[in-house]
Design a protein around this ligand. Structure first.
Ligand code: ZN
Ligand code: ZN
Length: 154
């Protein structure tokens, strides 16, 4: 072992995430099939954020021609089990960092560079969410368009 202080290689982080997802699904009695795992893997390999057709391209690069529904069905499953969020404002999918608890996602989308950040500090949004629940809604996500620090400075 070398004493390398840099972050673990992407593949190591990806494998760790996939293991966690497998355990997460097993706990919930959900079938984490090879195809579903692969779509999550490809999303992770793209830095945790991608458009569906990019994932289809990646999948086809490995297996040849596949139907778009293959990717969409896998993404639907991953969303249903809180492993992935759909970001409507950016038309992308992002990996969820805290799938272990059900939560409405709080997503910041930079309209300039397209970066998406999922916030864990949903506390400030709670009064609003509680208000909506009181009116009979079941909030699923809050998408906020906000220039990221990099774009704001640039
Ligand atoms: Zn999440
Ligand atoms: Zn930005």
């Amino acid at each position: 072992m070398t004493s390398d202080r840099s972050a673990p290689a992407p593949t190591v982080a990806v494998q760790r995430k996939l293991r966690a997802a497998r355990t997460h699904c097993a706990t919930r009695g959900a079938q984490f099939t090879a195809q579903r795992a692969e779509v999550l893997e490809l999303l992770l390999l793209r830095g945790g954020q991608a458009k569906a057709y990019d994932l289809q391209d990646d999948m086809q690069a490995r297996h040849g021609r596949i139907a778009p529904t293959t990717v969409y069905r896998a993404l639907e499953f991953l969303q249903a089990h809180h492993l992935v969020h759909k970001v409507d404002a950016a038309n992308t999918f992002v990996v969820c960092d805290h799938a272990e608890h059900d939560h409405p996602a709080l997503l910041l989308i930079c309209p300039r560079c397209g970066a998406v950040e999922e916030r864990h500090d949903t506390g400030p949004a709670e009064p609003f969410l509680a208000h909506l629940r009181g009116q009979g809604y079941a909030p699923q996500a809050i998408e906020v368009k906000a220039l990221c620090a990099g774009c704001r400075a640039g």
